[in-house]
Design a binder for this molecule. Structure first.
Ligand code: NAD
Length: 473
């Protein structure tokens, strides 16, 4: 089996302890490669390499960084099928989702290339006669980037290209479920002409080496995407060590359908939001609130569409539902459904497993005492609730600790805008699905869904520092 080292200082480096871990194909749980099992010493080497590369990279002319990131976009498009194929094998992604993610990642590269020219300052008046005040945005240094398994390329690119755009350098800890994607990304950066040491990857287990990365004295800012549990832990480390922080965490995103909605479009959005990437999506529509008068019709159409979703070969574009990533996640999904059923919920469709794949599952009769009511299931399981109107929908939508995305289907502009204003979420979509992303928008959530926003303009706060310069004329 192929063995993969860390990527440090522009070369592949064997693990300092000589240990590797198996990378499993989630369809069968069979190992198909070995990745280096990182230690704190490996993390230190990666951070030191990033720190050593920082002075030259941060002072490079802006068109150098712009060119690297533009070339990276083109190379990713050239090798799109190879990247998509790796995603199918490594995380069990259906090919359609994988191809879409590759294109999204290329878009992020281009947005980052453009962002290289955003860094700007101001001239300010002064209290002192003859003095000129200037402000500059300066890059920070080493950024620790930590990615989740479900969108390994989209997040791998976002959490590296944007910091690099501003002249920072990166030490990345990818999900232990998707180490090869990060290593392939490193090769892409090398071919695009990124200088050695600007992008480093240490593979391994977050619970073993994560703290040595986030707590490293040379790391100036942490960009983390993953679970709320790990995010809360990192928040404490960042506070203790005085680091800047962006956290993109879990969600329990509500989709509201009022009785004046275009039902066909609402059903389509519910399908995409609940079952895309087999529900392993942070913005998944895991709570669907439908106005009572149309609830039966919605449920019938939604169930029919869910039953038709493909569970075939992952490389067949008709397949939508792939395997769940690992045994722990599978157990969690089963526990949520079993708990709901034991406490009186009804399985309207799905609920069975075919190998490691869970059928698209729709529950009704879900109550507050059930796990799936308020916890993130992170699988193809959603609950439909009947509500009397917008006021009740809003109350229910806000009955959560999360606040990532929210959506509403209605033809009443007033209702749409009131929902957009009053729902506790970082991102709200009218007549669209909860799961949406674009490279340049402020992406992120409130409450247990995170801190800060991603997107070049918004990342600037977490990835650069102001400098005040005064000149006495
Ligand atoms: P996870 O929290 O288990 O792991 C994420 C990363 O954290 C991995 O790279 C892991 O190695 C690392 N990690 C673990 N312990 C660490 C520690 N002590 N210090 C530093 N890093 C550590 O999450 P996951 O299962 O890979 O991903 C699923 C979660 O991510 C879901 O909750 C999902 O909602 C969330 N997510 C959020 C977004 C978003 O943009 N808001 C996007 C994708 C996924």
């Amino acid at each position: 089996m192929e063995r993969h080292g860390h990527w440090i200082g522009g070369v592949l480096v064997p693990p300092s302890a000589g240990e590797y871990f198996a990378v499993l194909d989630p369809e069968s749980d069979r190992p198909f490669a070995l990745a280096a099992r990182g230690t704190p010493a490996d993390v230190d080497a990666a951070v030191q390499a990033a720190q050593a590369a920082f002075p030259a990279f941060s002072r490079a002319p802006v068109n150098v960084r712009e060119a690297v990131l533009s070339r990276a976009a083109a190379l990713l498009e050239r090798d799109a099928e190879e990247f998509a194929s790796l995603m199918v094998t490594e995380i069990g992604s259906p090919i359609g989702k994988a191809r879409h993610e590759v294109q999204r990642a290329a878009d992020v590269f281009r947005a980052a290339a453009g962002a290289t020219r955003y860094l700007s300052g101001k001239t300010l008046p002064s209290d002192t006669p003859g003095k000129l005040n200037l402000t500059f945005r300066v890059p920070l240094g080493v950024i620790a980037s930590i990615t989740p398994f479900n969108v390994p390329l989209a997040k791998g690119v976002r959490l590296s290209a944007i910091p690099l755009a501003f002249g920072n350098t990166v030490a990345m800890l990818p999900s232990e479920e998707a180490p090869l994607m990060a290593l392939r990304l490193a090769q892409l950066y090398r071919e695009a002409g990124l200088p050695a040491g600007c992008f480093n990857v240490v593979t391994g287990f977050g619970h073993e080496i994560g703290d040595s990365l986030t707590g490293h004295p040379l790391v100036r800012s942490i960009s983390f995407t993953g679970s709320t549990r790990v995010g809360a832990h990192i928040r404490e480390i960042a506070a203790r060590t005085g680091k800047k922080l962006t956290l993109e965490l879990g969600g329990k995103s509500p989709l509201v359908v009022l009785d004046d909605a275009n039902l066909a479009r609402a059903v389509q959005a519910a399908i995409q939001g609940s079952f895309g990437n087999q529900g392993q999506v942070c913005m998944a529509s895991s709570r669907i609130y439908v106005q009572r008068g149309i609830a039966a019709e919605f449920l019938s159409r939604f169930g029919d569409a869910a039953r038709r979703l493909g569970l075939g070969d992952l490389r067949d574009p008709a397949t939508v539902i792939g395997p769940i990533i690992n045994a722990r996640q599978r157990a969690r999904i089963r526990a949520h459904v079993d708990d709901a059923v034991a406490k009186g919920a009804t399985v309207e469709c799905g609920g069975r497993w075919i190998g490691h794949r869970c059928e698209p599952t729709v529950l009704t009769g879900v109550t507050r005492d059930m796990l799936c009511h308020s916890e993130e299931t992170f699988g193809p399981v959603t609950a439909v609730y009947a509500v009397d109107g917008l006021d009740e929908a809003l109350r229910a939508a806000n009955d959560t600790r999360y606040g990532l995305a929210a959506a509403i289907f209605t033809s009443d502009l007033g209702h749409a805008l009131r929902y957009a204003r009053d729902v506790d979420a970082g991102m709200v979509h009218v007549n669209g699905a909860t799961a949406q992303a674009e490279p340049h928008v402020p992406f992120g959530g409130v409450g247990d869904s995170g801190t800060g926003r991603e997107g070049p303009e918004y990342d600037m706060e977490a990835m650069t520092e102001w400098k005040w310069v005064s000149i006495q004329l």
